[in-house]
Design a protein around this ligand. Structure first.
Ligand code: GDP
Length: 465
């Protein structure tokens, strides 16, 4: 029997080599978005739902519909491909699934750097007559490579076209406006006190850098601002910090050895490093940009306009052929749509579209051929209704806010379909609640409740399935 097993194994091995040569393809899909947009949750849900689909669950019906159109195949297996010898850190799906499992599921920790994961999808004939009749031949293996890419890094792209002094001038002009100025007060005070033309002193430089970085972090955390450069100051990634990161914007001209000259040299080194970080995206010609539209809307006017500018810049960076050799298909997605009842979700899509296309003065212009979607990667609420004080019923979502014992009705307010008028913003500055996620099966057997992941995927990679 030993020999027979061996023969069998080598026969199938032989088959699969042929099979691979003929049928193995790579689909490369990059998921990007600013921190908190929902990349980690999106990838986790996507993978869990693919695993469940391979076990016969109808978790992604629109993807099945694509397979049906392409000859009636079915997803027979999903295998996580080990990272191999790549340079990109792996996306730790097991840990993310574990976070969402059990009696007290919690949202997985975010990644603030690149991560990649590859899945091998085995698509084979559906059993029975139907599969045969449709003439579906053989088994196909597709390798789905998924990249989790920080949107903050893409915000740096416009810096590639600027010199240090132009970048400093523009950045400081913006920083002196409210509400950035409030967040940046200590840094602006510091700038007022130093003379950049003098000999660079490392301790002083490091202080300036620290203050600038704190200004960015505060602008993000306290004011919800998103157009913040350099993006890597907010999403540094793992590992030790390299000295070229220690710069900040400063105006003026300085001779050799001056602080300004040093900042300018570090800026150049930063840009060179940025080019290598962009390399990771090359080849990922399907790109999804996740946008927390509801979060931006909730955070107030300045935050909304900043997000608008940021996503327009990200869209322009990803869609155009300028940085990556050839143009790619970009799908924008408004995430966390389970925060609003169904009626509002169509508006959410319109609003996203208008944000990406207007981009408040970024000059980026609309992204050609972009598509717009609405999704919730892990639905944590249910649609329902509640009585208003005036006795009228209104559509709401019901969910259990993190830290609370019981579910309650939640209403984010009407979602406008385009940049709202000034009156809309008065008195608005709240955060979206964080709902407790549902508990999921870590083996991936049952999938995860989602909204719209399947139609999104069918649209973005359906032609390759
Ligand atoms: P990342 O920084 O882009 O990776 O963002 P995450 O995926 O970590 O998402 C940030 C937070 O948004 C999560 O911790 C959740 O609280 C929330 N979130 C993300 N996706 C969803 C969703 O589909 N529904 C709900 N209710 N919350 C979500």
């Amino acid at each position: 029997t030993g020999l027979r097993d061996w023969a069998l194994a080598s026969a199938t091995r032989g088959l699969s080599v042929v099979d691979r040569a003929l049928n193995e393809e790579d689909i490369r899909l990059a998921i990007t978005g600013l921190s908190g947009a929902g990349k980690t949750v999106f990838l986790t849900s996507l993978i869990a739902n693919l695993l469940a689909m391979a076990q016969g669950r109808a978790t992604l019906p629109a993807l099945q519909a694509v397979l049906d159109r392409h000859g009636g195949g079915r997803l027979r297996g999903v295998r996580l491909v080990p990272p191999g010898a790549g340079a990109t850190p792996p996306f730790d799906i097991a840990a993310k699934l574990a976070d969402l499992a059990g009696d007290s599921p919690h949202w997985p920790a975010r990644t603030d750097h690149l991560a990649e994961i590859a899945l091998e999808l085995e698509i084979g004939p559906r059993g029975g007559m139907l599969g045969q009749m449709r003439g579906f031949v053989g088994v196909r293996r597709l390798r789905l490579r998924l990249l989790d890419y920080p949107g903050e890094w893409l915000l740096d792209l416009p810096m590639l076209g600027q010199g240090f002094s132009a970048w400093s001038r523009e950045t400081l002009a913006l920083l002196r406006q409210s509400p950035r100025a409030e967040a940046a007060r200590p840094f602006l005070d510091y700038l007022g006190q130093i003379d950049g033309r003098r000999q660079a002193e490392e301790a002083l430089v490091r202080r300036g850098h620290r203050l600038y970085r704190e200004a960015l972090a505060r602008a993000q955390a306290e004011h919800g601002l998103r157009w913040l450069q350099p993006g890597r100051f907010l999403a540094p990634g793992p590992g030790v910090e390299q000295p070229f990161l220690w710069f900040f914007p400063i105006e003026g001209a300085g001779g050799p050895g001056s602080m300004i000259a040093l900042m300018s040299r570090r800026f150049e080194a930063y840009r060179a490093d940025m080019r290598s970080r962009l390399e990771a995206l090359r080849g990922f010609d399907r790109r999804i940009v996740l946008v927390d539209v509801l979060g931006a809307l909730a955070a107030g006017r300045a935050a909304f306009e900043d997000t608008e500018r940021a996503i327009a810049a990200i869209g322009a960076a990803l869609g155009g052929g300028r940085w990556f050799g050839r143009a790619a298909q970009v799908a924008f997605v408004a995430t966390k749509a389970d925060h609003v009842p169904e009626l509002e979700r169509a508006n959410l899509r319109e609003l996203l579209k208008s944000m990406a296309e207007s981009g408040a003065g970024s000059g980026a212009g609309p992204v050609a051929g972009a598509s717009f979607h609405v999704a919730a990667a892990i639905v944590s609420t249910t649609d329902g209704w509640a009585d208003r004080p005036d006795g009228q019923r209104e559509d709401v979502v019901w969910g259990r806010v993190l830290g609370e014992a019981a579910p309650r009705a939640y209403r984010v307010g009407s979602v406008p379909i385009r940049q709202p008028p000034a009156g809309f913003w008065s008195g608005r500055s709240f955060r979206l609640p964080i709902f407790t996620p549902p508990s999921i099966d870590p083996s991936g057997a049952t999938g995860v409740p989602h909204l719209g992941l399947d139609t999104l995927l069918a649209d973005v990679i359906g032609d390759r399935l």
